[in-house]
Design a binder for this molecule. Structure first.
Ligand code: S3P
Length: 434
């Protein structure tokens, strides 16, 4: 499907964002391991989270949905059943990597695969710690999916993570629930901590000591009522749209503001964006509040702060749309330490460079990032999304500031994290929805 985007006069209105994808995956998996029935409100509508639910169903977990509330009947840590066929994680790295940790603790064999993109993504990063814990994990050459996992009771490990990855950290912590003692991981840089927060909320003991995060095994996970905040990574597209289209004003109610994810707001505020948080409150350890943003000339006339080191790790999902923003600010943007972007749903550095150049921006590609010359007068182009949801949405936003028509190819991939994105974009820009 091709979506056509035209230059916008303004971006205005109220956007109800889908539930946070990362939190939804974790709530579903932990609810499945709890003893009894949990209710989850505002569960993400994303295809990725649907993949997690279908894997859980295949493992014998009852999942139902009524009037927007998801009910998951947990089977306890030892209650999952051997699936009849191969589990399918679709496009979702989070499903495959987190679930691998849980599967490593099961006394049966499971095979898990994914779509063409997921089958090219590195899994050694989870295979190695799970093998150290005593699970048998087989893969295709070079650690690629499908994975075959045979597990059981595991040995506890103390594992320094070789990459800053919340997925790998979570995989090891979830396997640690099946350990013979406390399992610990050390992060080279802080990453999103939704797993730690959700584990504590459901009754597990998780300790933090400097970079080390340690979980005690065999907790009694209690069923819970949970509520997922809006996805701040989805909010990023509208924040940047408001930043580059004069006259814009938007309100996004109840957006997740976890300290490790709100770096996006800190960054945009530092860059000069007029964005405020209203009515912040915390539910189940996860903060949330309303975001109000309006266009201001100041941001576009300056230079974006460099994205590097810990900031790169914190903004990893937002770098595609921040690069679009960088092309529009007078001083441009430099992104480094972002090698991980090359192994996301697609090589996001290559996809950004090629599509930004197609739109007329000046971009230098680096092995671990990119440098954007600022102030580009973008022109509409055919955008090759490479099936990557964040590339599709980032370039839809770029199209709002471009002359002529921007054609987003395979735009349906946005459903991976944000079903309805293009409809909402059409509403807030007053453009025809084609
Ligand atoms: C995620 C972690 C990040 C992020 C992904 C979701 C998670 O991946 O890019 O979209 O939910 O844990 P990595 O852990 O590979 O950095």
């Amino acid at each position: 499907m091709i979506r056509v985007i035209r230059r916008a006069q303004s971006v205005s209105g109220v956007v109800q964002l889908p539930g946070d994808k990362s939190i939804s995956h974790r709530y579903a998996m932990l609810a499945a391991l709890a003893d009894g029935s949990s209710e989850i409100r505002h569960f993400a509508s994303s295809l990725d989270c649907r993949s997690t639910l279908s894997c859980l169903r295949a493992l014998g977990v009852e999942v139902s949905e009524s009037r927007g509330i998801l009910t998951i009947v947990g089977r306890g840590l030892r209650g999952l059943r051997a699936p009849r066929g191969i589990l399918h994680a679709g496009n979702s790295g989070t499903t495959m990597r987190l679930l691998s940790g849980i599967l490593a603790g099961q006394p049966f064999e499971t095979r898990i695969t994914g779509d063409d993109s997921l089958r090219t993504r590195p899994m050694r990063r989870v295979i190695e710690p799970l093998r150290l814990m005593g699970a048998t994990v087989e893969s295709q050459d070079q650690g690629l999916p499908p994975l075959t996992i045979r597990g059981g009771d595991l040995s506890a490990i103390r594992y320094p993570l070789p990459v800053a990855s919340a997925q790998v950290k979570s995989c090891v912590l979830l396997a640690g629930l099946y350990g013979d003692g406390p399992t610990a991981v050390a992060e080279p840089l802080p990453t999103r901590d939704h797993t730690e927060i959700a584990l504590r909320r459901l009754g597990a003991t998780v300790r933090q000591d400097g970079p080390w995060i340690e979980v005690d095994p065999w907790p009694d996970l209690a069923p819970s009522r949970l509520d997922v905040p809006g996805d701040i990574s989805s909010a990023a597209f509208f924040l940047v749209a408001a930043a580059i289209v004069p006259g814009s004003q938007m309100l996004m109610p109840c957006v997740g503001l976890n300290a490790r994810r709100r770096e996006l707001l800190n960054y945009l505020e530092e860059a000069g964006l007029d964005v405020t948080v209203e009515g912040e409150f915390v539910v189940a350890g996860e903060s949330r509040g309303d975001l109000r943003v309006s266009f201001g000339e100041r941001l576009l006339t300056g230079q974006l702060p460099k994205i590097e080191g810990a900031r790169t790790a914190a903004l990893i999902d937002e770098i595609p749309v921040l690069s679009v923003l960088g092309s529009q600010t007078a001083g441009g943007l430099e992104v480094s330490d972002a090698r991980e972007l090359r192994v996301k749903e697609t090589d996001r550095i290559a996809a950004l460079v090629c599509n930004l150049r197609a739109m007329g921006a000046e971009v230098e590609e680096r092995p671990d990032g990119l440098v954007l010359g600022g102030g580009a007068r973008l022109k509409g182009a055919d955008i090759d999304t490479r099936g990557d949801h964040r590339i599709a949405m980032a370039f839809a936003v770029a199209g709002l500031a471009a002359e002529g028509e921007t054609r987003i190819h395979d735009a349906g991939c946005a459903d991976v994290s944000y079903p309805g994105f293009f409809d909402t974009l059409a509403e807030v820009t007053g453009q025809p929805n084609d």
